[in-house]
Design a protein around this ligand. Structure first.
Ligand code: LLP
Length: 422
């Protein structure tokens, strides 16, 4: 469910015409809906009713300050993976007591910042990191509340580049070593072992991998209890998929996911932490672009638009599907044809869709790539020296630019010539 729909032939974001935003900020731009963000948060929260749950939004999915603040106002915390994301979460107003720091390679400086900020939990992913964190904590005279991320060796049945819970992946402590490492962590003076954490991948469209992973976590918790080590919190990560292609994607209902959590882990008396990213923001965002040219190639017809792979890399990187919506509603009965929708970047990978059946777009038309709120702007680059595109947040009848387009002078200002070239 989202709040992008046609009204009198025009695509609206809540109550604002997308073409009015385009006229104001220029194209391409990202457009987010506050009502959709809030709705997704509420749906997830309701799915976890009855559990003592902290929902930490995975900031990597959309790191815009206004988006983080919108979710924080709903009660979300933040799951961060870098100093930059930690600073963003704090700047957006997320209390440190609702921040978890994840990631396989945190630097000493990042560990120090996390400790001095007094965040809820640091998730440790290796024995070497555990030793480093213990050292940092003792040097600062603090105790680090940690989760140990375990790798349950479960196949998430998702794209290979975003599966994280197989033993060949770089993430977490290998399953067979987990009991030993958890026991060692419990004995370290700078460490307060609080949680076990698991995250098996992203865009999961089946529930069975979650069940399998959660049952493994259950075994681990019970095994440690028998040893006198009590874990007070279970961090179950993120990963719930969303329907990118409404014809083929049938992601699980968050309520069914909540039921699995209750069924597998609900009786352990632990608090829970969740790290959803895509589920909260994915369908709350569009990337809006203008068609520059329509070109008849030898065998295909290309729609060349002003957005490119540097603005939304998911199709090039993961062969991801994003629905393409005409911002002006096509007249009923408009005959659809097959198009390749591409951007201006100089490589063939800069293709948003191949052979996509669409009402014929014309030069000057606005189109929108749907479900672009997660891993869209957050993964954008300025490849081909294209400026990062603005981000606009809509609420009801209002919209605001929450990240402006940099000027070319600003883009060039970070660079300088070495003295031998001056
Ligand atoms: N927690 C951890 C430790 C993670 O690594 C991730 C995502 C999440 C939570 C949030 O997962 P989500 O709920 O969003 O599935 N760029 C890729 C997705 C990468 C996901 C990385 N980790 C894409 O565009 O599909």
């Amino acid at each position: 469910m989202n709040h992008f729909h046609y009204h009198q032939g025009r695509l609206l974001a809540e109550e604002v015409a997308v073409e009015d935003i385009a006229a104001s900020v220029g194209t391409p731009f990202y457009c987010y809906s506050t009502a959709t963000l809030k709705r997704h948060f509420t749906v997830f929260q309701d799915a976890l009713a009855g559990l003592d749950a902290t929902i930490c939004f995975a900031v990597k999915a959309n790191s815009n300050l206004a988006v983080i603040r919108t979710l924080a106002e709903c009660g979300a915390g933040a799951d961060v993976v870098s100093e930059g994301e930690l600073r963003r979460a704090l700047a957006a107003g997320v209390p440190p007591s609702r921040i978890v720091f994840s990631g396989v390679g945190k630097s000493r400086r990042e560990l120090e910042l996390a400790l001095t900020t007094g965040i809820l939990q640091i998730n440790v992913e290796s024995e070497a990191e555990l030793a480093e964190l213990n050292d940092v904590a003792l040097a600062l005279g603090r105790t680090a509340a940690i989760g140990i991320r375990v790798n349950p060796d479960v196949d998430a049945q998702t794209h290979a580049k975003i599966t994280t819970g197989r033993k060949e992946n770089k993430f977490g402590i290998e399953w067979i070593h987990a009991p030993r490492v958890l026991r060692a962590a419990a004995a370290l003076p700078g460490i307060a072992l609080t949680a076990v954490a698991v995250h098996i991948g992203s865009q999961l469209t089946e529930l069975s991998p979650f069940r399998e992973a959660f049952l493994r976590v259950r075994d681990l918790v019970l095994m440690l209890r028998a040893d006198g080590i009590a874990l007070s919190r279970l961090d179950l990560g993120g990963g719930l998929g969303i329907p990118y292609d409404p014809r083929t994607d049938l992601p699980p209902d968050p309520a069914a996911y909540g039921a699995i959590v209750r069924e597998t882990l609900g009786d352990l008396g632990c608090a829970f932490l969740f790290e959803p990213g895509r589920l909260l923001v994915g369908n709350a965002g569009l990337l809006v672009s203008r068609v520059l040219y329509v070109k008849e190639g030898a065998t295909r017809t290309f729609v060349i638009c002003d957005a490119a792979m540097n603005d939304l890399v998911r199709p090039a990187m993961y062969d991801a599907h994003h629905e393409i919506i005409a911002v002006r509603q096509p007249a009923p009965g408009t005959e659809e044809r097959d198009f390749d929708v591409v951007g201006p970047v100089c490589e063939t990978g800069d293709t948003f869709a191949r052979g996509r059946r669409l009402p014929p777009p014309a030069a000057g038309d606005l189109i929108a790539f749907a479900s672009a709120g997660a891993y869209g702007a957050a993964m954008a680059s300025s490849y081909n020296s294209r400026p990062l595109v603005p981000e606009v947040l809509v609420q009801g009848r209002s919209f605001a630019t929450v990240r402006r387009r940099p000027t070319y002078d600003e883009m060039l200002a970070l660079e300088s010539f070495p003295e031998w070239l001056s």
